[in-house]
Design a protein around this ligand. Structure first.
Ligand code: SF4
Length: 406
């Protein structure tokens, strides 16, 4: 498993032991009280170790494969002062990292670079997932970032033509050539920040709301060559996800028109060719999902414990509220609290109670039964820490990796 997906290893780091320990201790007491028929202990004031922060719902693209389609351009906005107050408190209580990502294009947030500077002043690790359309905003942000931080551009194509078909930018002049021309400028602004080219692999038959989306397996190698030439540090490949009617993001290879093994063989052949381009300055990564799809074992990652413990340790803050998981972003039954969830003492108490309610009522074994959840093994590990009182938390600690993105 690539280190960025080793969430158990990340939660074994001594720097986050306090947050995990508080959570496990509370859950142990809760289980004991339930068994004894005693009143349940109140939820402690917990802040997540890591958040996905959707800065805006606005987007200047209309991507055919977008999984956040229903929440885009909904006009919901933060009051920036309130957002800053909440984040400042969270950082003081154990929040370690922020991924500026989805539900809209983060760089459209006003004064984006300055906002990244604010997060860095709070001592947080910061990552940016962007469509790459606002190069100057990325240059401005990069100037504030450190070696542990990263920027990833969602590009998914190797030619300008396929890029336009897949992403449908509102500005027709936007294309891959233009976006890639900003990479050397970002690197010049800060050479230590890793910049990645993200490629979601889409195959014939994948769909959004029954609207068929463009296949891009044939441009995998072209994209890898383009990424290397443009100065990206890496390209990463992962299979497309779809939204179910329930709102969950799932990987459903059964929808492919051809036999799944045929699709997988084509993907594998192209990814292997792309890997030939890797060298000391350029990496080619494939997501764990791709490997699971190939092994036919993706459904093993759909067997979740009843309680998803990651809800307490990694959350999704959006202008429409605080949600329990990126796979359920914007879905009402996955909502913990409002957008000002951590702003003041009253909001924080409601958030703690909302989290306790969701931990009790959100049955991940059914709600996420179709989700190939990359947090599957870490959830089962935490389940064991709670259920087995013999486990000494201090004995579970591992090495400090300085990577707090969950
Ligand atoms: S079990 Fe996985 S998919 Fe479900 S809420 Fe938890 S982390 Fe998200």
């Amino acid at each position: 498993m690539h280190a960025i997906h080793d969430f158990t290893g990340k939660l074994r780091q001594p720097a986050v032991a306090g947050a995990l320990g508080t959570y496990v201790q509370w859950r142990r007491e809760l289980e004991r009280a339930r068994e004894a028929g005693e009143p349940e202990p109140a939820a402690p004031d917990l802040v997540p170790v890591s958040i996905n922060l959707d800065l805006t719902t606005a987007c200047n693209y209309r991507c055919t494969h977008c999984i956040d389609w229903d929440i885009l351009n909904t006009k919901h906005k933060y009051r920036e002062e309130e957002l800053r107050e909440g984040l400042t408190w969270m950082a003081s209580q154990g929040l370690r990292s922020v991924i500026l990502i989805g539900g809209g294009e983060p760089t459209l947030f006003p004064r984006f670079g300055a906002f990244v500077g604010f997060l860095k002043e709070l001592g947080l690790q910061v990552a940016i997932v962007t469509n790459g359309s606002r190069g100057q905003a990325l240059v401005d942000a990069a100037g504030h970032m450190d070696a542990q931080d990263w920027i990833r551009l969602s590009l998914d194509s190797g030619s300008n033509e396929l890029f336009a078909e897949m992403h449908r930018p509102t500005d027709p002049r936007m294309n891959l050539d233009l976006i890639c021309s900003w990479i050397p400028k970002i690197k010049a602004a800060n050479p230590v920040v890793r910049v990645g080219f993200s490629y979601i692999i889409v195959w014939s038959g994948a769909s959004r709301d029954d609207e068929e989306i463009n296949e891009n397996i044939h441009e995998i190698v072209l994209a890898a060559g383009r990424a290397k030439d443009a100065g990206f540090d890496y390209i990463s490949f992962k299979p497309v996800l779809e939204r179910q009617e329930s709102g969950a993001e799932v990987m459903d290879p059964g929808k492919a028109e051809m036999e799944i093994q045929g699709v997988v063989a084509r993907i594998r052949a192209e990814v292997e060719k792309a890997k030939q381009l890797s060298d000391e300055g350029f990496d080619v990564y494939e997501s764990i999902n791709l490997r699971l799809l190939e092994e036919g074992s993706w459904s093993e990652f759909t067997r979740q414990p009843r309680t998803c413990h990651m809800q307490a340790l990694r959350q999704v803050l959006t202008p429409t509220g605080l949600f329990n998981c990126p796979a359920h972003r914007g879905v009402s039954k996955a909502r913990i609290a409002g957008a000002t969830a951590y702003r003041d003492a009253e909001a924080r108490r409601e958030t703690a109670d909302g989290l306790a309610d969701l931990l009790a009522t959100f049955d991940a074994s059914t709600e996420c039964a179709q989700v190939t959840c990359l947090y599957n093994s870490v959830n089962w590990w935490i389940e064991r820490l709670i259920r087995d009182p013999e486990v000494d938390l201090a004995g579970e600690l591992g090495e400090e990796r300085l990577d707090y993105f969950l």
